[in-house]
Design a protein around this ligand. Structure first.
Ligand code: PLP
Length: 473
C-alpha cells in the first residue's frame, strides 16, 4: 500500500474493489469507444482530486496534465464550489427556464456579460460545449431567416477543428478520422485547410502562410457567394486538433474578411476561456478580435458540473428583434438551460478566479511553462512543440516508410502515455501528440515535475522504438 492509500487518499472505500468497478464499467460506452474493447477495458478508477493532482483507487497519485478534459481550471478539491452547489440544490434544485428564472442564473448572466468583449451582452445557457456551438449555429440560421435571407446559411469551419459531438457541431469538426462510419451535414458546412504553420509548405514564410490561410477564407466566401454564407466558426487555437496555434494576426485578418462580406464570426472559446490563456475570454485580450458570438463551457464551472454559455452581441439581438414579429420566437433551449446548481458552480468558480488572482497567475507563469516545454525539442523523437497560455502540445515524428505511418504514430502516442502514467502524469494523447492543459493553479515546481516526467516518457518510448529497430536516430 502506498503512503497515499494508507492515508485514505483516493482509495475505493465502498462498492467493491477496483476490478469489480472496471468490470461494471464495461457496460458504459465511453466517448470514442472502440466497441471491440468493451468487456476488456480496464480504465483507471479516479476517486479523489486535490489541486493539480488526482488519485486512483489504488491510491496512486497523478498530475492531471489535461485538467480532466481541458476543464478543471481552478483545480480539484474546491469545497467552495461543492458547498455552493449543495446549498442551491437544497434550497431550489430546479426551475423551468421556459417560465421562470433563478437567482444564480440571473447573477451569472450579469457577471459574465460584464466581462465579455464588445457588445456581447446576451447569453444563452447550455450544459456543454457541443450544445453551445449547436445553439450558436441555430441562432445564426434564425437571425438570417428572420432578416428575410434564409439562403444565407452556409457555415465555414476548418480542417483540424473540433466543435463538439452533436450532429451539427460534429459536422463542423475537421478531423477526418472522427468522421468514419457516420453521416454528417455536408450540404451547408464547409472546411478550409488547417492553419497549422508546422505543416506549411517547405520554404514558405509564416507570414505568407498566414496570408494564404486568410485568403482561403475569402476565396471560399466568394466561391459560395457572400449572400449565402452565414458564419465562420473558429477556435482561436485549435485545441483538440493538437493545440494548433495559427500565425499571429490570422484571427484578425479572418474577422476583417468576415466583416467585408457580412459573415458572422463565431469564436469557439470552449477551451480558451476562463483562465486557460490568462483571461476570462481570450478573443479580444489575446487574439485582438471582437467576434459576433462566443461559445463557452468547461472552465465556466471548472468542470465540477455541466454548464455552457453562448454570448451574443447586442447588434444581432437588436436586428433580429426589429425584424421579427410577436410569433418570431427563437425556438432553442434545454430542460437544463440556466440550471440553478450549475450556475451556482459558475458563480463560485468566478469568485475563486477573482479572489485568488488566477488570471494574473496564469499570465505570470505562462512564459516559464512555455519555455520549459520548448526544452523538449532536443529529444530526437520530438518534431514540434507549441502552445499558448497554459496549453501545450509536443508532436512526435518518426520518419518511416517501412510501416503504416499512422499505426506507428498511434503506437508512439500510446507508449508515451503509458510510460507517463506509470511515472505519475496524465496526458491527453492524440495519435502522435502529447497534449496538456493543466489546472490554472499549477506552480513552477509542478511544471518542473510534468516536464521531467514527460521527458522520461518520451525517452523511454524512443528507447523502445530503437530496440525494435524502428527508430534509427
Ligand atoms: C473548442 C471546443 N468546442 C466544443 C467542444 C465540445 O464541448 P463538450 O464536450 O462540452 O460538448 C469542445 C470539447 O472539447 C471543444 O474543445
Amino acid at each position: 500500500m502506498s503512503s497515499n492509500s494508507a492515508a485514505g487518499l483516493g482509495v475505493l472505500e465502498a462498492g467493491g474493489g477496483t476490478e469489480d468497478i472496471q468490470a461494471k464499467d464495461n457496460k458504459v460506452v465511453h466517448p470514442w469507444e472502440n466497441l471491440q474493447n468493451l468487456g476488456r477495458n480496464k480504465r483507471h478508477v479516479l476517486t479523489r482530486g486535490e489541486g493539480v493532482y488526482v488519485y486512483d483507487s489504488d491510491g496512486k497519485r497523478y498530475i492531471d496534465g489535461p485538467a480532466g478534459m481541458w476543464c478543471v481550471n481552478v483545480g480539484y478539491g474546491r469545497r467552495e464550489i461543492a458547498d455552493a452547489v449543495a446549498k442551491q440544490l437544497f434550497e431550489m434544485p430546479y426551475d423551468s427556464p421556459w417560465s421562470f428564472t433563478n437567482i444564480p442564473a440571473a447573477q451569472l448572466a450579469e457577471r459574465l456579460t460584464a466581462l465579455t468583449p464588445g457588445d456581447l451582452n446576451h447569453v444563452i445557457f447550455t450544459t456543454s460545449g457541443s450544445l453551445s456551438v449547436d445553439s450558436a449555429l441555430r441562432f445564426v440560421m434564425f437571425y438570417n431567416a428572420i432578416l428575410g435571407r434564409p439562403e444565407k446559411r452556409h457555415i465555414i469551419s476548418r480542417q483540424d477543428a473540433y466543435h463538439g459531438s452533436t450532429y451539427l457541431s460534429a459536422s463542423c469538426g475537421g478531423k477526418e478520422r472522427d468522421k468514419t462510419y457516420q453521416v454528417f451535414e455536408t450540404d451547408f458546412i464547409h472546411h478550409l485547410p488547417s492553419p497549422n504553420p508546422y505543416r506549411r509548405p517547405e520554404g514558405m514564410s509564416v507570414e505568407a502562410f498566414c496570408d494564404e490561410k486568410a485568403a482561403d477564407l475569402e476565396n471560399k466566401i466568394l466561391e459560395l457567394g457572400p449572400e449565402t454564407v452565414a458564419a465562420f466558426i473558429a477556435e482561436p487555437i485549435l485545441a483538440s486538433g493538437g493545440v494548433i496555434v495559427p500565425p499571429t494576426g490570422y484571427q484578425k485578418k479572418c474577422l476583417e474578411i468576415c466583416r467585408r462580406h457580412d459573415v458572422l464570426y463565431i469564436s469557439d472559446e470552449v477551451v480558451t476561456a476562463f483562465g486557460r490563456c490568462g483571461h476570462i475570454f481570450a478573443s479580444e485580450a489575446v487574439f485582438d478580435i471582437v467576434p459576433d458570438i462566443i461559445t463557452t463551457a468547461k472552465g465556466i464551472s471548472s468542470g465540477y458540473v455541466p454548464l455552457g454559455a453562448v454570448f451574443i452581441s447586442d447588434r444581432l439581438i437588436k436586428e433580429a428583434s426589429a425584424a421579427g414579429s410577436s410569433h418570431s420566437v427563437f425556438a432553442n433551449g434545454f430542460t437544463y438551460s440556466g440550471h440553478p446548481a450549475s450556475c451556482a458552480a459558475g458563480l463560485a468558480t468566478l469568485d475563486i478566479i477573482e479572489r485568488e488572482g488566477i488570471l494574473e497567475h496564469v499570465r505570470d507563469i505562462t512564459p516559464y511553462f512555455q519555455e520549459r516545454w520548448q526544452e523538449l525539442r532536443d529529444i530526437p523523437l520530438v518534431g514540434d512543440v507549441r502552445g499558448v497560455g497554459l496549453m501545450a502540445c509536443v508532436e512526435c515524428t518518426i520518419d518511416s516508410d517501412s510501416e503504416d505511418a499512422l499505426k506507428l504514430d498511434y503506437e508512439i502516442g500510446n507508449r508515451i502515455d503509458q510510460h507517463c502514467q506509470e511515472l505519475g502524469l496524465i496526458l491527453r494523447p492524440m495519435i502522435n501528440m502529447c497534449i496538456v492543459s493543466p489546472p490554472c493553479t499549477i506552480t513552477r515546481e509542478q511544471i518542473d515535475e510534468m516536464v521531467r516526467i514527460l521527458r522520461m516518457g518520451i525517452e523511454k518510448t524512443m528507447e523502445d522504438m530503437r530496440r525494435d529497430g524502428r527508430f534509427k536516430r
